[in-house]
Design a protein. Structure first.
Length: 202
């Protein structure tokens, strides 16, 4: 989530030998067809928030979920022959301009920004954003968002909130990660950390 009221913060503790969660977002990148196509490509991964900005906070802090997921995704992509650039690997504050700059300077083939949502306890579902004003290829970003959403829904019991246009969300600058990369780009809002049922999946 890119904005919203902070709740009581409960950190996600990462320890050796502990399985934190299984996120089917990762599976999108390791299907048989995609394994072959990843070789030689550069994938941009942005674990959202970090540092002084925890993001949405409920059963976990969004920033923690994002970085653990991002590191797992990085390892899977590298195992399948892709190069990976990642905007943060710890609890770091990274500006939006530095995140998009990293992707653009690295010549990424595609990029994804990883987030969770937070709202009322009743809010639920997964949604994926792209941007019709992406500086490179807005249609490809929309296609990427649809593929990620379909893969998520095939693996997780959750409701779809659909693919969405970033400019319709009223969040402006927070969607820099789908507007300014010069590559197909998507932003995933995977779970509501304020929803008890979705927290059980995390």
């Amino acid at each position: 989530m890119c904005s919203g009221r902070r709740l009581h913060r409960r950190r996600l503790h990462i320890g050796k030998g502990k399985t934190i969660f299984l996120l089917p977002l990762l599976l999108f990148f390791v299907t048989d067809n995609l394994r072959a196509s990843l070789a030689g490509k550069t994938i941009g991964i942005d674990p959202g928030h970090g540092g002084s900005d925890p993001g949405a906070v409920g059963c976990v802090a969004e920033e923690d979920f994002a970085v653990v997921t991002g590191l797992k995704l990085k390892a899977l992509c590298e195992n399948d022959g892709a190069g990976v650039v990642i905007t943060r690997t710890g609890d770091d504050s990274v500006s939006l301009s530095n995140r998009t700059g990293l992707f653009n300077n690295s010549g990424c083939s595609l990029s994804i920004s990883i987030h969770n949502n937070g709202a009322s306890a009743a809010a639920h579902g997964v949604e994926i954003y792209s941007c019709s004003q992406n500086v490179c290829c807005p249609g490809d970003g929309e296609n990427l968002a649809g593929k990620i959403l379909n893969r998520l829904l095939s693996e997780v019991k959750n409701d779809s909130r659909g693919t969405k246009e970033c400019l319709d969300a009223g969040r402006g600058i927070h969607f820099s990660l789908v507007k300014y990369p010069r590559n197909p780009a998507a932003l995933s809002e995977n779970y509501f950390v304020t929803n008890g049922d979705e927290c059980a999946n995390i």
